[in-house]
Design a binder for this molecule. Sequence first.
Ligand SMILES: C[S@@+](CC[C@H](N)C(=O)[O-])C[C@H]1O[C@@H](n2cnc3c(N)ncnc32)[C@H](O)[C@@H]1O
Length: 221
Amino acid sequence: MSKRKSDKISDAYRASKNIYDDVLTQDSLLSKAYIRFFWSGTDDNEIARRVLSYIPSDFSGELLDVPVGTAVFTENKWQALSCAKITCLDYSVDMLNQAKARLCDCNHVTFVQGDVGNLQYKNEIFDIVMSMNGFHAFPDKRKAFRETERVLKKGGTFIACFYIKGKSKRTDWLVRNILSKKGWFTPPFPTEEQLLRILHKLYAEVEYHVDGSIVYFKCKK
Ligand SMILES: C[S@@+](CC[C@H](N)C(=O)[O-])C[C@H]1O[C@@H](n2cnc3c(N)ncnc32)[C@H](O)[C@@H]1O
């Protein structure tokens, strides 16, 4: 990832670290109004719940959570999966520190600063790779798709949710004119058709849903 792009992303997430959880979980009236107006009411809490439901409650293998962010949606699930080995990776040290504070009692969870486009792991070591709200932030999506697939075991599961282009003019406007300019999102963004082509090329099985401008899916390698 180029230094200019990585600085912009790190700065954006450092600046938003105190409001991030509130906006995504719709804790205030203002954040509820923002989600209703710009995201057609698509509820990030509900999407996160559906994505996490793909992971069995007795899962005991190796899981990579990239990017962990502040762990606002994953805290309870990761705490409960005490027999699993969970690696939480993020590029932003500020976000990673908040995740660490949330999960500091969990010996089965480790925290790593890194770039999804250049993962520091050998091939095929994770049973599950999960990427929640990550791909719309990642600057090099081609590398991110390649790397997440590379580190996944054969027969393993890739789970993700993120923004796709072309579903709502209002959301696309927000993403293009505000979120991308601030550095929270990084173009280019795939359309549903482009994404499906990528997933079917990389994975043997694809289970796929769209809610507003957000896609969530589970793929088997
Ligand atoms: C919208 S947040 C999502 C975090 C969390 N999964 C959630 O759902 O709340 C996007 C995250 O992607 C991280 N990020 C951006 N580019 C990255 C990269 N190249 N490698 C790893 N993480 C990256 C940012 O630091 C930020 O924490």
